[in-house]
Design a binder for this molecule. Structure first.
Ligand code: ATP
Length: 607
């Protein structure tokens, strides 16, 4: 190690900045007594961390080492000393080629340390110099007093001095520190052993407690499962009640609608009756007029008869027989003419009566015909309505015959990740219910779940409650199935081609992978003949279904027949839509019949 330079300012006798440059070889500092040679020694030890004012030969406070003034110079307030070492051989564990250690002190303030002008702690300085043998108490610095103490020392004291000089003392100190640490560690180990012993004593009761805790967890899980089952049951019951109430509300709504239209009908009847009454009043007025005219005519005729009787009596009493005969003949002539006139009028009225009677009969017949037609339509309407009610009931309980599916769907609120059934999530286009139902086959009742964990939870639920079985399709592992390019081309040009089943349903975007998995490679044709032909062209490698729900399976086997056996939500919804359309048609037919009947009734009354 090589000390290149010492820079002092304000330290003891060095009031001004003094730089002592050391070159290679030995440097001696020469001067008279008291000129400050030893102060340089003190400065070096001060920088290296000396804390004893006594060994620094100073006053009681550390700030006493600051230049305290002389006869010709005022005191200063700051003392600073820097030692600059050469570190090209990396004796210090730092990458700099030069290491500068500085200590600074101001009056009434603590000292400051700097390494290469960066503030640091005393410990940093001590750590830096410790491994170099430059420690505060090392023999790198030997003062005047040391020399005489070496000479006077006993052999064993000298040994320690030599050890210090040889650097053994450093290791001895470390050994001492390590032994102290070992002792501390042993004490810690003893303490740990005590704790272990104590814990072992507690192990027995703790194991019992753990067993109790395990049993508690098992029972708690069982309780939770039972509670879920009870809740699922309750939810099912409540849902049934809600369904029943909704049905009641729907029925009430229908009844309200029916009564509303009945009221409208009755009101229009009242209106037409009112009009009829007005017409009848007019008619009565006319008849009354006719009656009054007839009465007047009768009075006139009676008068005329009286006149004629009077004329006849006077003729009988006066004149010749010839005159009387002529007079009587003239009377008879008048009477005959009058009689013939009346007879003509009577015949005319008779004819009118016959005509009206014929008209009345015709109107009654027409009325009868329309009534029969209306009754027929009403009967048909009732049949359609009954079928619609049955279908609606089946739609409300779509999984009634699938015990497992039913149980899971009822408890879906208390289970996780249950999306619904394939039949509930895929919606066929108009008229494609039977085809899509056949295309899905058994998968129509597949329960779609978010992932496999959800499916496992639902299966556990079915097992625990002995509620049957169900098939689950987790979306996380659902891979779509598509036909090959050649198959697409052949199918598109086949006779009676309708399309790929996956294109004939709509669904939420998140279920598209499910749709394409279940329907992506199934083709739909219009008739079974065309399905056979298409299957042949596709070498029986693609499943083909018809609009009616007949199937040509891969390999060529065929399934078909009555649809009722295989009815599902899909076919039921299709049928319900058809029925709704037919019901509306029948209702409008019934309305138009009623519209035709009404004028006929009025005509009948008038006739
Ligand atoms: P010797 O050969 O007798 O040992 P020396 O050359 O080693 O003497 P030092 O003992 O280093 O001299 O210096 C002592 C001198 O330093 C004294 O004159 C003293 O007045 C001066 N001195 C010590 N402390 C201070 C201080 N705080 N302010 C001013 N001068 C100081």
């Amino acid at each position: 190690m090589f000390l290149k330079r010492i820079e002092l300012q304000g330290f003891k006798s060095f009031a001004d900045k003094t730089v002592l440059q050391f070159d290679q070889g030995v440097t001696g500092i020469v001067g008279p007594n008291g000129c400050g040679k030893s102060n340089i020694n003190d400065a070096i030890r001060w920088v290296l961390g000396e804390q004893s004012t006594k060994s620094l030969r100073s006053g009681s406070a550390m700030s006493d080492i600051i230049f305290s003034g002389s006869e010709v110079r005022k005191p200063v307030n700051l003392a600073s000393v820097s030692l600059v070492f050469d570190n090209t051989n990396r004796v210090f564990t730092t990458d700099f080629d030069e290491v500068e250690i500085t200590r600074v002190i101001r009056r009434n303030k603590d000292a400051q340390y700097l390494i290469n002008r960066t503030p640091c702690r005393l410990k940093d300085v001590t750590d830096l110099v410790m491994d170099t043998g430059l420690g505060r108490d090392s023999l790198s610095i030997i003062t005047q007093g040391n020399i005489s103490s070496f000479a006077d020392a006993r052999p064993e004291e000298r040994r320690s001095l030599f050890e210090e000089a040889a650097g053994v003392a450093k290791y001895k100190k470390r050994k001492k520190t390590s032994l102290a640490k070992l002792e501390q560690t042993q004490a810690n180990l003893d303490r740990l052993q005590d704790i272990l012993d104590e814990l072992e004593r507690q192990l027995g009761p703790l194991e019992k407690q753990a067993e109790k805790a395990r049993r508690y967890i098992t029972l708690r899980d069982e309780l939770a499962a039972i509670e879920i089952t009870v809740l699922a049951d309750e939810i099912g019951t409540l849902k049934d009640q809600v369904d029943a109430l909704e049905r009641d509300i729907e029925q009430s709504r229908q009844e309200e609608n029916r009564l509303g239209s009945e009221i409208t009908l009755q009101e229009s009847r009242i209106e037409s009756l009112r009009q009829e009454t007005a017409a009848l009043d007019v008619r009565i007025l006319e008849v009354q007029k006719q009656y009054a005219a007839s009465l007047q005519e009768r009075v006139g005729l009676e008068k005329r008869k009286a006149q004629l009787d009077e004329q006849r009596r006077r003729l009988m009493e006066s004149g010749s027989d010839e005159d009387r005969r002529q007079q009587l003949q003239a009377l008879v002539q008048d009477a005959r003419m009058e009689y013939e006139d009346r007879l003509d009028r009577l015949n005319g009225l008779e004819k009118q009566r016959h005509q009206k009677e014929a008209d009345l009969l015709a109107v009654q017949k027409e009325q009868e015909r329309w009534m029969q037609k209306t009754a027929g339509i009403r009967n048909r309407l009732q049949d359609l309505q009954r079928r619609q009610d049955t279908i609606q009931a089946m739609i409300r309980q779509p999984y009634a015959h699938q015990q497992g599916v039913n149980a899971v769907m009822k408890a879906r609120q208390s289970l996780q990740g249950i999306e619904g059934t394939a039949a509930g999530l895929l919606h066929p286009c108009q008229g494609m219910g039977a085809a899509v139902n056949a295309a899905l086959g058994g998968a129509v009742f597949n329960i779609i779940t978010d992932d496999e964990a959800s499916a496992r939870q639902a299966i556990r639920f079915l097992k625990q409650n002995r509620s049957g079985r169900a098939t689950f399709l987790p979306m996380s592992v659902c891979r779509p199935r598509y036909p090959g390019k050649d198959q697409e081309t052949i199918a598109a040009s086949a006779p009676g081609a309708v399309g790929w089943a996956s294109d004939l349903v709509t669904c939420d975007a998140r279920y598209e992978s499910v749709r394409d998995r279940l329907l992506g490679n199934i083709f739909v044709c219009d008739t079974l003949e065309h399905a056979n032909e298409t299957a042949r062209r596709l070498k029986y490698k693609i499943k083909i279904v018809t609009r009616d729900g007949d199937i040509v399976h891969t390999g060529g086997s065929m399934t078909g027949g009555s649809q009722k056996q295989g009815s599902s939500l899909l076919t039921l919804q299709d049928e319900s839509r058809n029925l709704e359309q037919k019901i509306q048609e029948a209702e409008s037919q019934a309305d138009s019949c009623a519209g035709n009947l009404e004028p006929l009734r009025r005509q009948e009354q008038t006739l």
